[in-house]
Design a protein around this ligand. Structure first.
Ligand SMILES: Cc1cc2nc3c(=O)[nH]c(=O)nc-3n(C[C@H](O)[C@H](O)[C@H](O)COP(=O)(O)OP(=O)(O)OC[C@H]3O[C@@H](n4cnc5c(N)ncnc54)[C@H](O)[C@@H]3O)c2cc1C
Length: 402
């Protein structure tokens, strides 16, 4: 594949840079920099989303006819790289990257008209109701039952680890509509309004003290049949389409590389008795170089996958490789940060948010203040979206043919 950018791509890169200089404000960059959680908080993420929406640069994963940017995969890559370098906040993926493409692909014209504009404008905020107590890796065993009564589903069950359910006004979920057929064939993809008496959201606070995930109880919750995506029993096919988008189809390497470079700068500021600054310590510089090399190799793999997508081929099980590598590199980076920050990295403030006027003063640098929270929350990377073991099983079966 050709790794050099064309003149048009270089012009696009310059346009993105100039847009970021003009529109990415300090508050957003600080908010992203001072968030120890895995997911961006809505006050930061949605402000950035509105700015991008106004420019028409938001739906990079959607077809043009549904409001997508129409960018080539290389343009998407350039955009994500420049955003990472500029310190832009991540966008809320649940609407834009997960349920949005599902509605584009499987929704009726009425569903597209109703839901897609409200995802872009951030009027709706979505959460994902896949996992249940006892049904995580073995997702097809899920038990939440939906029974169609006239034109409305009555839903009973519970969803768990539901990211940002406490902010969401809609949940896309997998429900069991037919218990008498094989596990996969009895599953349906249903959109459920959160603001109703049958839905209760209870927080689960992470070991770093962040409230990102929840358990959601559905007790005679209701959803109109018009909120069903696809046919009854088609949920598993739709679920797999969505999971491939969740695991891949994005560019993780640019942010990883930007963060490794940032960590090297931090290490250059930490004094070290023997070598002046920690970045010159043999073991630290070896670990930084090793991470950087693997992140660069990973970047080339991501570009290769984008080149495949550009030829019209679906990314398929390669997304499991992307998920596996990016999650492990991220954890390794956050572990090395703890080593570099030393004692200062052990502070774990309880207040949230850690940005804005009320934010507590850091001991030492802001990066040190973030280190422990990032390290603890980072354990989630090898679990959500399918654990490492699940990705390895997929790779063994579909890539290696074992
Ligand atoms: C921060 C965070 C956010 C999340 N957000 C969401 C969300 O928004 N919506 C949602 O639906 N879910 C969400 N999840 C849930 C996530 O998808 C599940 O946690 C994940 O699928 C694992 O399921 P489980 O927790 O039930 O673990 P289990 O499936 O019980 O797995 C336990 C352990 O056994 C291993 N294991 C299981 N099966 C196999 C096998 N066949 N072979 C080898 N090893 C195996 C696993 O790798 C793991 O180590 C989130 C999770 C986290 C941590």
């Amino acid at each position: 594949m050709d790794m050099d950018f064309t003149p048009e791509e270089l012009a696009f890169q310059a346009e993105v840079r100039s847009f970021l200089r003009a529109h990415l404000n300090e508050r957003l960059v600080e908010g992203a920099r001072r968030t120890p959680g895995v997911f961006v908080e809505p006050d930061i993420g949605l402000e950035w989303q509105r700015i991008l929406h106004e420019k028409g640069w938001l739906a990079i994963h959607w077809p043009v006819e549904d409001g997508g940017t129409g960018w080539t995969p290389v343009q998407r890559y350039i955009f994500e790289k420049e955003c990472a370098l500029a310190g832009a906040p991540a966008l809320a993926v649940l609407g834009l990257k997960l349920v949005g493409p599902v509605i584009c692909r499987f929704g009726t014209p009425e569903q597209k008209a109703r839901f897609l504009p409200r995802i872009l404008s951030a009027e709706d905020y979505w959460c994902q109701g896949y996992s249940e107590p006892g049904s995580g890796s073995d997702l097809a065993s899920l038990k939440t039952r939906a029974v169609l009564e006239r034109d409305t589903y009555r839903i009973n069950g519970s969803k768990i680890w539901t990211t940002h359910a406490h902010y969401a006004n809609w949940m896309f979920c997998l429900v069991r509509t037919d218990p008498d057929v094989s596990a996969q064939r009895g599953i349906t993809f249903l959109l459920v309004p959160m603001d109703q008496p049958g839905v209760t959201v209870t927080p689960i606070v992470t070991m770093a003290g962040d409230h990102e995930v929840n358990q959601v109880f559905l007790d005679d919750a209701r959803s109109h049949v018009g909120n069903r995506i696809g046919e009854e029993g088609q949920g598993w096919t739709i679920a797999k389409f969505l999971l491939e988008n969740e695991r891949g189809g994005s560019c993780f390497a640019p942010k990883l590389i930007a963060d490794i470079d940032q960590l090297a700068l931090t290490a250059a500021r930490v004094p070290s008795g023997t070598n002046g600054a920690l970045v010159h310590d043999t073991e630290i510089s070896r670990k930084l170089a090793s991470l950087r090399l693997r992140a660069r190799a990973f970047e080339i793999s991501e570009l290769r996958i984008l080149a495949e997508i550009a030829k019209g081929r679906p990314p398929g099980p390669q997304t499991s490789l992307v998920k596996l590598f990016s999650a492990n590199l991220r954890q390794e980076l956050d572990t090395l940060a703890m080593e570099i920050h030393g004692l200062a990295g052990l502070q774990l403030p309880a207040e949230r948010p850690l940005y804005g006027n009320e934010a507590p003063e850091p001991v030492g640098s802001i990066e040190a203040q973030m280190a422990a929270g990032r390290y603890l929350n980072s354990r989630a990377w090898t679990i959500f979206g399918g654990s490492d073991e699940v990705q390895k099983n997929i790779i063994a079966k579909t890539v290696l043919g074992l």
